[in-house]
Design a protein around this ligand. Structure first.
Ligand SMILES: Nc1ncnc2c1ncn2[C@@H]1O[C@H](COP(=O)(O)OP(=O)(O)OP(=O)(O)O)[C@@H](O)[C@H]1O
Length: 232
């Protein structure tokens, strides 16, 4: 059994059928990359996994437990961490306060895990700085750290490289690889930056017009011509 099993998800915005029988698995210790051109439903899929949009039909289990009726808050408690597209940092709150928001649903006062500052040293230097004053790359690191604060089993990332400079993209890639290699987390990554996606992918899924049209091991992406499938 995979840590995450989403089966035959259907989702609509009004009358538009956005996700058509989409199935997705994610295993502990692996990065599962979801690729596809603009507007094919990648973000909607991630939002469905997180419970930010309701699904019309299908099932989602985490570690064998059904989560598709749970609220986003409950899913976070059950071990789903979410890094949204565009980062959604609280601009007026400090870095420290943003990180504490990642722990907000925990009982009592849980300290910020020191490990987050080993993963993203820049955040330690900026603890008192307002989120809105950070660079895009620093905000992305903060968004990932915020999602990691509560120790998720499943980490979902929506285009973490979008608008980020290359050296920070590299750092983020290293962190994602390291988190997966520890073996106690499954990672689902939506990514438009093909080379980054291919480098990290243990498995890949390609979407087109709300459907999964291809999937397989990351090592086969080149041979299967995935780059061409998602080229604009
Ligand atoms: N809130 C909404 N209401 C109505 N339609 C929406 C809404 N959000 C997205 N859509 C539509 O649903 C489709 C899928 O959008 P989605 O954002 O999931 O795609 P995506 O693959 O993540 O694209 P991108 O790479 O551009 O983020 C698009 O046609 C989009 O216009």
């Amino acid at each position: 059994m995979s840590l995450l099993e989403a089966k035959d998800i259907n989702q609509y915005y009004g009358g538009s059928h956005i996700l058509r029988n989409v199935s997705l698995q994610a295993e502990l210790g692996q990065v599962t990359v979801v690729l596809g051109r603009n507007g094919v439903g990648k973000t909607t899929l991630l939002k469905s996994l997180m419970g930010l949009v309701p699904i019309k039909s299908g099932s989602i289990t985490l570690d064998g437990v059904a989560i598709d009726k749970a609220t986003p808050y409950e899913r976070a408690r059950m071990g789903v961490g979410f890094v949204p597209q565009g980062r959604e940092i609280f601009g007026r709150l400090t870095v420290q306060e943003n990180l504490l928001m990642g722990l907000a649903y925990k009982k009592g006062s849980t300290p910020i895990p020191a490990e987050l500052f080993e993963l993203f040293p820049v955040l330690k230097q900026m603890l008192g700085r307002r989120g809105g004053d950070l660079s895009g790359g620093q905000q992305q690191q903060l968004a990932i750290a915020r999602a990691l604060a509560a120790g998720p089993k499943l980490l979902i990332l929506d285009e973490p490289t979008e608008g980020i400079q290359p050296n920070i993209i590299k750092d983020i890639g290293k962190v994602i690889r390291m988190l997966a290699d520890r073996g106690n987390m499954a990672i689902v990554l939506v990514e438009q930056y093909y080379d980054f996606a291919e480098e990290l992918a243990d498995r890949y899924v390609v979407m087109e017009r709300g459907e999964v049209i291809a999937s397989g091991p990351g090592s086969e992406m080149q041979a299967k011509g995935v780059r061409q499938l998602v080229a604009i």
